[in-house]
Design a binder for this molecule. Structure first.
Ligand code: GDP
Length: 202
């Protein structure tokens, strides 16, 4: 069964030291602003209001922890690529995120969300490459598959993979999702379950 039974907000932290105890596997979600991250988190957790949809730029940037089925943490990270954000805010975001990635010992995997309507965007490629270089396990989630149809979405996903293939020995797992139809939801939940299971066995 690929349904999440319980999802509870734990806390919002402005620094990695304030995060909850690192006592279970943790999966972070991040992407460009407006990519559909809040909608996806709400879809995955069957909760229309867990993550706040369309938060405004310039708001305090926080690391938001949720506990899922009492077994793993889902983390909603502040997104990148806001058009009207000051250099200072961007630098603060980078510092917080870099430290979170480097120091959060139970971080299991980062889901990087990418809008499936566009051809590969440099800002996303740069972000994905920076995680790869830092050796952080990641998976790509291509969002809004319903907007221009699944065929177009699959083709943007293929283009993105093709760019990565030039430099990456192995392209990370990729998922295609729509929060309108629910497409891809089970695949992501099952993937998290598989990774959790393999962690438990080792
Ligand atoms: P966030 O800023 O990344 O958290 O993005 P939101 O979840 O707030 O979504 C941004 C906008 O895209 C909102 O208007 C959502 O309703 C819309 N959206 C998000 N996911 C989908 C999707 O899968 N399909 C469609 N058609 N719209 C979506």
């Amino acid at each position: 069964m690929s349904t999440i039974k319980s999802a509870e907000f734990v806390k919002s932290s402005s620094r990695v030291e304030e995060c909850p105890p690192a006592d279970r596997p943790e999966y972070a979600f991040i992407g460009r602003s407006n990519v559909g991250k809040s909608s996806l988190i709400n879809l995955l957790t069957n909760n229309g209001k867990l993550a706040k949809v369309s938060s405004k730029p310039g708001k305090t940037q926080l690391i938001n922890h949720f506990i899922i089925d009492h077994t793993w943490y889902l983390v909603d990270l502040p997104g990148y690529g806001w058009a009207k954000v000051s250099k200072t805010s961007k630098a603060q975001w980078k510092k917080m995120i870099d430290r979170y990635f480097k120091e959060r010992e139970n971080l299991t995997l980062v889901f990087v969300l990418i809008d499936s309507r566009h051809d590969p965007q440099q800002i996303d490629l740069d972000f994905v490459n920076s995680l790869g270089l830092a050796g952080i396990p990641l998976a790509l989630v291509f969002t809004k598959a319903d907007k221009n149809g699944v065929t177009k979405a699959q083709s943007s996903m293929a283009k993105f993979r093709k760019v990565l293939k030039k430099e990456w020995a192995e392209v990370p797992p990729c998922f295609l999702t729509s929060t309108v139809s629910g497409y891809g939801k089970d695949d992501i939940i099952n993937y998290v379950r598989e990774v959790n299971q393999s962690l438990a066995e080792h």
